[in-house]
Design a protein around this ligand. Structure first.
Ligand code: ZN
Length: 340
């Protein structure tokens, strides 16, 4: 099937689960009640994606407070009680982050609950997202390793452990989120891709890397204003990513200033093309979605195109996110009819 649709990963959480329209939103309940609320929200997000015609669904990241810290919370060696302020993505914004204080070790499974709920309750393909090693070390303070690369590889090993377990749970696609790949392009080539490959080592399910320009929050939209008329960050990293073992690359195309001819630098990859903008509340039409797919198809063989959202929808208003999901599902379907 041409142009299967998927989402970057996250959806907004219901207001009974967490504070809406907020990143790092505090939970609304605790203990067993929180665990039940997370499960209910996960089910809802699966149903919503199915109803919108999304072909490769996610658990909507309903059980994690943040796409990076959701993973970190189950790791030994991290001090969450004493957070420190840190500049993130080359000081684009400040955040209070936990600190690595001892050797890192998984305390057990991280996402078993959500993965098993997803696998049990949908017959569609399931995609699961994990933060990439470079993005993790850019979102946590180091009081132990004293070396960014060593710490990244320590996280890559833990990611690999969880990724293999997710695969055993029946997940079809594992996607590593690496927004940091658009910030530290020289490091991507030096060690970032190697760390990512370590995280994906031994997987036989589909593997993907999501490299975006971030959520639609103010710090990111302001940053985009400084990037000039053409965003060419991908140009520096795509040639080495194309040589890597990661099979799919998810990037943002809708309302972005990325020159789409850069996609020609990924001849060996499936491209998850962002056809829905998450930084604007203006809802796309199915025709808008078709137009982006058509433009992407000038540089990527049709059989290698997956239609997705530019980034996660976690901080968006629910009704807007839902309308955008509808447009995504309908647009991918229309593209199949028009461009087949
Ligand atoms: Zn993203």
């Amino acid at each position: 099937m041409l142009f299967p649709s998927t989402i970057a990963g996250s959806l907004p959480k219901p207001e009974w689960l967490a504070e809406p329209n907020t990143l790092w939103a505090p939970w609304k309940c605790q203990g067993a009640e929180l665990a039940r609320a997370k499960r209910d929200a996960t089910l809802l997000s699966l149903k919503l994606q199915e109803d919108c015609g999304i072909d490769i669904v996610t658990e909507g990241e309903q059980a994690r407070q943040h796409f990076v810290h959701g993973f970190l919370e189950k790791i030994e060696g991290i001090d969450f009680a004493h957070k420190v302020e840190m500049g993130i993505r080359n000081d684009r914004y400040k955040a209070m982050v936990p600190q690595v204080v001892a050797p890192l070790k998984l305390r057990g499974r991280v996402h078993a609950d959500e993965a098993r709920i997803a696998r049990t309750h949908t017959a569609r393909k399931v995609k699961f997202t994990l933060p990439g090693p470079m993005t993790i070390i850019d979102t946590i303070a180091d009081k132990y390793y004293g070396d960014r690369v060593r710490m990244a590889f320590a996280f890559a090993e833990l990611l690999n452990e969880e990724a293999k377990a997710l695969q055993a749970d029946g997940v079809d696609v594992i996607q590593f989120d690496e927004p940091a790949f658009n910030v530290y392009m020289d490091q991507v080539r030096d060690w970032g891709i190697r760390a990512l490959e370590r995280a994906a080592e031994g997987l036989f399910c589909t593997t993907a890397v999501h490299i975006c320009y971030g959520y639609g929050i103010k710090a990111n939209t302001d940053w985009k204003q400084t990037l000039g008329g053409e965003w060419r960050q991908y140009e520096e990293t795509f040639p080495s990513i194309d040589k890597s073992s990661i099979q799919q690359v998810a990037i943002e195309c809708r309302n972005s200033r990325v020159p789409l001819e850069l996609l020609g630098l990924l001849p060996n990859k499936v491209v998850q093309a962002g056809v829905v903008d998450v930084a604007s509340d203006e809802v796309e039409t199915a025709e808008d979605v078709v137009r982006v797919i058509e433009n992407v198809a000038k540089f990527v063989p049709k059989a290698n195109i997956v239609a997705t959202t530019n980034c996660g929808m976690a901080p968006m208003r629910r009704e807007i996110a839902e309308a955008k999901l509808m447009a995504l599902g309908a647009g991918a379907k229309l593209a199949r009819q028009k461009l087949a």
